[in-house]
Write a new protein. Structure first.
Length: 57
């Protein structure tokens, strides 16, 4: 049973790319009143996720 709980937590919270992109999108939408600000934050989120995801695999 512990294996299934561990697998669930890993699948939902640790290796969930959709969740990480959704969290990035929330901050992106929060500052999307100006195109330059939204573009800058979008690039920053893409850069951070591009570095963090392979490092954590």
């Amino acid at each position: 049973m512990e294996h299934y709980i561990s697998l669930f937590v890993k699948a939902v919270f640790i290796e969930n790319m959709a969740l990480s992109f959704f969290l990035g999108m929330c901050t992106f939408l929060a500052v999307s009143k100006k195109v330059s600000t939204a573009f800058g934050l979008g690039i920053a989120v893409t850069f951070v996720l591009g570095i963090a995801v392979p490092v954590n695999q």
